[in-house]
Design a protein around this ligand. Structure first.
Ligand code: XBP
Ligand code: MG
Length: 263
């Protein structure tokens, strides 16, 4: 099968570019404390809450589960934007200070893809503030210029697992889904990318690893690097390479689309 080069790679942010959810969880709890809400999300609770994409939507789900009088519930629901804005201030400050690194292999694959003339894009549920903070902290002052499209947060009403954010990214890129590859970490993200027609690489984290990723094109613990080599069984899937290189990615994606017309 000839290697057929994708026109673009679309990356999810939280859990894919960087393992950010512990920082999000900490930021939520700092905001709850600052606003005297008396809430604390444990790791176990947060892992369950992550089935709901979107921080505001997650807070709404938490309020819905509380035993409250209607008036109190309505009062809290009216405060969700304020609570989420406080959380975003805590989160973006920590990320901007460099507290959350990119996952193994992300910087390397971004470089390889761009060197091969492949465009890069983002499709994330988190806010633009958070995306900017992470990209600047991890890829430098000109990071945003490397991404042809950054689709994120409330640019779409229907968040993942709906395909909307990926369809928006594809539209703004002006590329076909079958010539584009998605990178995700979660089941919601996989469903969104697959519903948009994209062959998808999954790199789960602690927060998402228990999901059934059937339908993914490739599932790896991470993308790998010379300094963070993949365990052998992953290497087997990559013809015993210890990391996912751009050429190998093209080979595997090309196998998934046997016709020349597609990827
Ligand atoms: C993951 C999400 C986000 C983050 C929290 O986004 O669902 O809601 O958990 O960020 P991604 P916000 O699509 O990048 O995996 O509080 O800004 O929503
Ligand atoms: Mg994610």
């Amino acid at each position: 099968m000839p290697d057929i080069r994708p026109d673009a790679l679309i990356f999810d942010v939280d859990g894919t570019l960087a393992d950010t959810e512990e920082a999000h969880r900490t930021a939520f709890n700092l905001a709850f404390e600052q606003l005297d809400l008396g809430w604390t999300w444990t790791r176990t609770e947060y892992r369950s809450l992550l089935a709901t994409t979107g921080g505001k939507e997650r807070i709404v789900r938490h309020i819905a589960a509380l035993d409250l009088a209607d008036a109190e519930r309505a009062r809290l629901l009216a405060r969700v934007p304020q609570i989420h804005a406080a959380k975003t201030r805590f989160y973006s400050a920590v990320v901007r200070d460099g507290a959350v690194p990119l996952r193994p292999g992300v910087a390397r694959l971004l470089d390889e893809a761009q060197h091969a003339g492949c465009r890069l894009a983002i499709a994330s549920t988190t806010t633009a503030i958070n995306v900017d903070a992470l990209l600047h902290a991890t890829l430098g002052a000109r990071a945003l210029e490397r991404f042809a499209v950054i689709a994120c947060g409330d640019q779409v009403a229907a968040k993942k697992p709906a395909p909307d954010i990926y369809l928006l990214a594809l539209e703004h890129l002006g590329v076909r889904a079958d010539r584009t590859i998605a990178f995700e970490d979660s089941l919601n993200g996989l469903r969104a990318a697959r519903a948009a027609g994209l062959w998808t690489v999954i790199t789960p984290t602690f927060w998402t690893e228990d999901s059934d990723f059937s339908g993914a094109g490739l599932v790896l613990p991470h993308l790998g690097d010379p300094s963070a080599r993949l365990p052998d069984e992953s290497g087997t899937r990559l013809r015993h390479r210890a990391w996912l290189g751009f050429d190998e990615l093209c080979r595997l994606a090309g196998q998934a689309h046997p016709t020349e017309a597609a990827l």
